[in-house]
Every structure is written in C-alpha cells, then in structure tokens.
Ligand binder design. Structure first.
Ligand code: BZD
Length: 786
C-alpha cells in the first residue's frame, strides 16, 4: 500500500501537490479556500489509508449497523488530525509554507446533519466504535441542507438555509457504484429514486476506522429530454427536482413529529437503502441470509428508521423467496431499538392512509406482524390489553405506532439513562415491559472524550496529561487518578488558570461572530440546548428578571450581586410558536438588563445566535455553571450535562435524566440539586393550579414582564408567556421557582470561595470518566449486541 507522508517534509510535498493538481494554483496565488481544500485532501489520504487497513484486518463476526436519521458531526479537520496523529506534523508543515492553520480551521463549515442531542450522540457513537475497533457502519441521510442557521432580527429567530456543501464536501468519498434503486407506491402508482452513498471515514483515535455512509437521492433520469426539446423546461427537470427533495433538508423538529409525507419518504429512503446495502454485502461475501443475525445488527436510533423492519421482511420474502416464519425469525434477531424520549407527543405514529399510499406492501407486512403478535397477547394477557398494545392506534386516526413495532421486532429496547429506562418500563411502554421483561435494558449515554475534552479544551487536557499521563483519552475512567490533585493547591491554581484562559478563548470567538464578549471575571452561567418548554429556559430567565428587579427597585444593592454572565444558546423548531416567543423574551431581557447602568455590569445576559457544535466547543470549556433544569421525568438523559461536568463546570440541576447519575458520581456536595422529583411531579400534576400560590420572586418577575418593561411598554408582546405560566404551566416552572432561586443563592455563596469552587470542579472532572461514549458502546456490546 502507498503510505501517506508522516514527516513534515512529506506533508509539505503532498500539500503543495494537492494545491497544484487539485486546485490548479500555486501557493502564492491560492485563496483560503484552495489551501483549506488542499489540506483536507492531504489529511483525507491518511483517512483512506486507515480505512483500507481496517478493512484488510480480520473481520469481527458481527457488524454494528447504526441507523440514524441524524449525525451532528461538527467540524472534521481537527478531529482527523488528532485521530491520525498528524496534529504537530501538519502544524509544522503549514507553518513552513507560511500558511495560517487557524485560518483554515475557521474556514470549515460544520456538517450540521442533526437537531440536537440525538444526532450528536450518533456522532459520538461512531467515533467510539471506530476507536474501540468495533466493526461498524453508520447509515444516514446526506442532507443537502442541515439544521437551519439561526439569526435574530429584533430579538426574534429567523431561519436561514444551511448550505454546508457550498464549495463542495471535501471529506467524503462518493460511492456511485453502490447506488441502489428505492421504490415507492404500489403496482399501479409506483415511482422510484436512486440512492447514492457518500462515505465519510470515521477515524478512530490513533487506530481503527469506521464508515459513515450517507445516502443522497437522485432521479433515475436526470432530464426529460423530449420535454426540454419541446421547450417545457420546467417539466424537463421536474422528476429530478422531485427526487432530490428526498435528501434536500433536515427536518428541524426535535421533539414533536409533524407527520409529513416527505419525512416518511426520507425515513424509508435511507432505511431501505441501508438494509439492502447490508444484505447485498453479506451475499457478495459468500454469506447466506440465515447468517444475517450473526453478521449484522441494526441499531435503531429512535423510531425514525423503524420502517427498516418491514423492509427487511419484504426483502427476505419478496426478493429472496423465504417463507414468512423464516423471515420473521431472522428479522427478530437483527434489530435493537433505542428510545430517546419521555414526551408522549414525541412518539412517532404514521397514518395508515399515508402508508397505504406510499408503502402498501409494508403496511400489509406490519398488519401481519401485528396480527400474530396480538394473538399471543390475547393468549397471555387477555383481550383487554390488545388495544393498548396493538401496533395500530385507532384514534384520532388509524395509525402505526412505530415504537410498538420497534419493541416487538427488537432483540432489545433501551433507554438512555437509568431514570429514563425505568420510566420507559413503568410509564411509556409498561405493557411491553410486562410482556417482554428480558428485552428492556439501560445504556446510559456518553460523549466522546476526544472532541469534547481533548480537542475542545487543550489547556485542561495538557494539565490532566501532565498529572496522570494521556491514557485518559481512550480510558476516561482514569480521570479518577486526578482526585488527589483536588487537594493540591498548586494544581487547583493551574486548573483555575485554565478556566480563565478558556474564557479568553471563548471571547476570541464571541467578539468575531457576535460582536460581544463576557467579562472574564464573571461567573459564567450557561444554558445551551434546544429551546423547549420542558427544558425550562423560562425558569432560568425568570430568576434573571427577578434579580434585575431586585436591583432596579432598590431592594438589593447591585454591589451585593455575584457578578455573572448568563449565556443562552438555543434553536427553536420553526413551527414551535411558544419556543420562539421565549427566544424573543430572552433577547428582550438581555437588551434591557445589559443596558441598565444600575446593575453596574454585574449581571449580563448573552444569547449568541446559531448555537452549534463549533460554538459548543468554545462555550463548554469556559463555563463555571451548567444549567440542567428540566422538569423531573422529562429529559431522557441529556449529554450536554456530561460535557460540562467533564470540563469542570458545576451543575445546577433537577433530579432528571443523567443528572441523577452525575450527582451520584460527583457527590451531593459538588452539585447544586433542586426541585421536585419525578414522583413529586406526578403527585402534584392532577391538582396543579400554577396561579394560586406564586412565589413572591416569580410574581415580581412575571409582573415586570407583563408591564411591558422588556417590550418598550407594549404589554401584549409577552402576555401569552405570562398567561400560560399562570394558568397552565405544563412543566411546573412556577412550582420549582423558589427551589431554583435558592439553589442559585447557594451557587453564589459557593463561588465566593474560589478555591473551594475549584476543588469541587476538579472533583467533577475526576469523577465523570463514566460518561465516555466508549463506555456506552461497551455497554451496548454487553447488553444489546452480545
Ligand atoms: O436525545 C435527545 C433527548 O432529549 C436527550 O435527553 C438525550 O440525551 C439525547 C440523546 O439520547 N432527543 C433528541 O435530541 N431528539 C431529537 O433530536 C429528535 C429529532 C427528530 C425527531 C424527534 C426527536
């Protein structure tokens, strides 16, 4: 094999060659874009070599086929350099050419092919599988437009298309020879598109590689030539436009499925292409269909790819002539399902009418699976359980419940944190947990230490490595060895300096992208995540308003405030009206608070637009306080919570999702717990009257908002928010208000002793090694794929 260069000279040669041959320019005449693309070419050569090497190594028996509609990858350059061990060589080589590596880094547009936690988790998992040497392939959709770019106009969210591929997509390898035809509709009204795969190489840290295979939709015929020749230019490209729409854009709804036909087309498009790809590979390698369950498992990332279940059945029966029972026996061993939600409205259902039109054969298969399943339900649990457990819901319209289908077909069903898995069994799918007790398990989420510690926080990484060596990068539990350093004053000093330096690094980007900055002396208090009522950005905001009101009304001296910068980052689904109002309110409060001299600059609210993975990598290492304040029983896990703790932020949080496990590990004294527990929420819910006993602080905040203080005197603008809290308050913001405010006071008191704070921060880092996605993948191997 031709080994790519691993010396500085070799790297320089390769880079200049790529510049000349690929871009057709000399270094002198090159643009940033030319230099960036030539650098990617050079690094990509190493990835390709790594992949060939991995493919030649003796194969593990089973390949993990991760099916996910989303991968929120983040920028690729630094991770590729790190994984291949080329960081220093590339830096030296480019310096020798007089090229500014930082400028090239900043030039990369991140592929934002996901909405939030679920998509980012998939990206962490492919990284970990590659690093652990697990034979794996991630399948998904090559959206031409990823998650929208957010800007604010007069404080309100405006969405813009994310043209991340403008200027090409230099990391991927097109694989047109593996293209497949995907058919929709029935015998009379059938139509088809071509699915063309593009491979991203997922480099493992220092060894190994996986593939991320993303499908792009194309028309079978790119042009209707007779129509074109007849002058009907619109009709000439109609089929092309129609087909390409399938992979055109990521749906930006993260928690409430819209039931849109194009979305189901997207799901089937990538699920069918992926299942077909795996089956073809098996047969081409001399395997038989009976071998499939030993050779592959499809991990379903939520219900979005569940249509792969009837698709495999169709393939086995209609195209490979297996009988129903044989096909079902195989299928039932090939899938496992991960659920990522607790919100009932987030469980996907597809109207039967729509399925009948789009995928009639699949609907028939689903009906038969259901029929046979319900026979056994009737037998074992009785007729009265049938309606609740059926795959088919009868109202409000007859529809297929994808979670039921996934649970019936899967070898395992898992939740993503201990509490979530328990609630999944007790509340979301209780009948199924009774029927299939051995199917249900937990795998607590994790995050990749490569991107979220080693790359995002170089200074802390260096400090940790200096103390305990660099084994933690692939064995994060070794952070435990830092515990004794919490008692070491010199180490704490160095740790505090790292945090201060990270605030400067954050300011370097905030100044450029948002023309703002934080005061580096302030406590940096961060709430970054999708905007959703259950996550309760409003709870944080009401406390900001209450604090502001205290100063301007003269009840509290500004000088008594612990100086804080409260930073929000969040996108709202474009159709989620209340979430967008909340964004407007946060910006409105920021405008007023930041401009009011009476606060003496001791309370600042920042809301940089377009929070994405790239910004996360700067914000998280700089944070002192991590806001994880969802209503208990609503956040399945959270993964931001893990990233913050690993970077030495303390958490203020409810007993929800993985917060529970974080607190158990870091210790109560190093975590600011507040609020109702899930059973308390459940007990209060039936009789909850939010307007009846409003806390005085919350009342002052609501009154100030209602007065128009943040809307130029216009009382109508934020009235729906105030009214909603006082009359409905679905996520009990007001019920938890006092507990939250008291916890914030405990935060202030703790921060007043910087050394003790730093000690707690060090312990957070030392005790959170469990939250590595490497550990999560090992758990999947043991509990799900084994
Ligand atoms: O998944 C999130 C949960 O809300 C988090 O608690 C959890 O940590 C992560 C990872 O397990 N769920 C999502 O991010 N969901 C979506 O993004 C999504 C996207 C499309 C449709 C439905 C949900």
């Amino acid at each position: 094999m031709i080994a790519p260069p691993t010396t500085v000279d070799g790297f320089v040669t390769e880079f200049l060659l790529n510049l000349a041959q690929d871009r057709g320019v000399t270094l002198q005449d090159s643009t940033v874009d030319d230099r960036y693309l030539a650098l990617v070419r050079t690094v990509r050569g190493h990835l390709a070599a790594r992949r060939l090497e991995t493919e030649r190594a003796p194969r593990e028996r089973k390949t993990i086929c991760y099916l996910s509609a989303e991968y929120l990858l983040g920028r690729q350059l630094d991770n590729s350099l790190l994984a291949t061990g080329l960081e220093d060589i590339a830096a030296e080589a480019l310096a020798a050419c007089g090229v500014d590596l930082d400028e090239l880094r900043a030039h990369e547009i991140e592929p934002g092919l996901g909405n939030g936690g679920l998509g980012r988790l998939a990206a962490c998992f492919v990284d970990s599988m590659a690093t652990l040497g697990v034979s794996s392939i991630g399948y998904g959709i090559r959206y031409e437009y990823g998650i929208f770019r957010q800007s604010f106009e007069n404080g309100q969210q405006v969405e813009h298309p994310d043209a991340w591929m403008r200027g090409g997509s230099p990391w991927e390898f097109p694989r047109p020879e593996r293209a497949r035809i995907i058919r929709f509709g029935g015998a009379e009204d059938g139509w088809a598109v071509r699915a063309v795969p593009y491979d991203f190489v997922v480099p493992g840290y220092r060894s190994g590689a996986g593939i991320l295979r993303l499908w792009s939709a194309e028309a079978l015929e790119p042009l209707d030539l007779p129509a074109f020749n007849a002058g009907d230019y619109e009709r000439a490209v109609r089929a092309k436009t129609f087909a390409e729409n399938l992979s055109k854009v990521l749906y930006p709804d993260d928690s409430s499925p819209q039931g849109k036909e194009l979305r189901l087309q997207q799901q089937y498009f990538f699920a069918a292409a992926s299942v077909g790809d795996v089956v073809d590979d098996l047969l081409a390698g001399g395997g038989t269909l009976d071998d499939l369950p030993e050779r592959a498992i499809f991990q379903l990332n939520d219900t979005h790819p569940v249509i792969a279940v009837p698709e495999l059945m169709r393939l086995l029966i209609d195209e490979h002539d297996l009988g129903w029972d044989t096909a079902w026996a195989i299928t039932q061993r090939c899938f496992a399902y991960t659920c990522h939600t607790l919100l009932p409205e987030a469980l996907e259902v597809w109207p039967v009418d729509l399925l009948r039109r789009l995928l009639p054969r699949h609907l028939d298969i689903i009906y038969r699976i259901n029929e046979e399943f319900l026979l056994t339900v009737r037998e074992r649990l009785g007729e009265e359980r049938v309606a609740a457990m059926s795959i088919i819901a009868e109202s409000p319209v007859r529809a297929v419940r994808m979670a039921h289908l996934a649970t019936i077909a899967g070898v395992k069903v898992n939740g993503v944190a201990e509490l979530h898995s328990q609630l999944l069994r007790d509340a979301v799918l209780p009948d199924f947990a009774e029927f299939f007790p051995q199917k249900f398990t937990n795998v607590t989420n994790g995050v990749t230490p490569r991107r979220f510690l080693r790359l995002a926080n170089p200074a802390l990484s260096a400090l940790i490595t200096e103390a305990i060596g660099d084994g933690w990068v692939t064995d994060l539990e070794r952070l435990r060895e830092l515990e004794p350093f919490a008692e070491d004053a010199a180490f704490r000093d160095a740790f505090a300096q790292v945090k201060a330096g990270n605030k400067k690094r954050l300011n370097d980007v905030l100044r450029v992208r948002d023309r703002t900055e934080i005061d580096e002396e302030h406590l940096l208090d961060v709430m970054v995540k999708r905007l959703h009522e259950y996550k309760r950005q409003l709870l944080r905001l009401l406390h900001v308003v209450d604090t502001y009101e205290g100063v301007v009304s003269g009840r509290v001296a500004a000088s008594a405030l612990q100086p804080r910068a409260v930073l929000f980052g969040a996108k709202a689904a474009p159709g989620y009206v209340m979430a967008k109002r909340i964004i407007h309110l946060i910006n409105a409060v920021a405008g007023v608070v930041n401009d009011d001299a009476r606060l003496e600059g001791r309370l600042r609210v920042l809301y940089p637009a377009n929070y994405d993975v790239t910004l996360a990598e700067r914000v998280i290492p700089a944070a002192d306080l991590s806001e994880q304040i969802s209503q208990a029983g609503k956040e399945a896990s959270g993964t931001g919570n893990m990233k913050f703790a690993l970077n030495g932020a303390l958490t203020i949080g409810t007993d929800d999702g993985a917060n529970v496990e974080i607190r158990q590990l870091v210790g109560d004294e190093n975590f600011f717990l507040f609020g109702m527990t899930e059973p308390e929420v459940a007990a209060l819910a039936p009789a909850y009257r939010p307007g009846e006993s409003v806390d005085a602080g919350a009342r002052r905040a609501l009154d100030l908002i209602a007065s128009g203080a943040f809307s130029g005197g216009d009382r109508s603008v934020f009235e729906p928010i105030v009214t909603n809290l006082l009359t409905e308050d679905r996520y009990m913001v007001l019920a938890d208000y006092r507990a939250h405010a008291d916890a914030q006071a405990r935060v202030d008191a703790a921060y007043a002793d910087p050394d003790a704070w730093t000690r707690a921060a060090v312990l957070n880092v030392a005790r959170c090694g469990y939250f590595s996605s490497d550990r999560a993948i090992r758990d999947y191997q043991e509990r799900v794929w084994g």
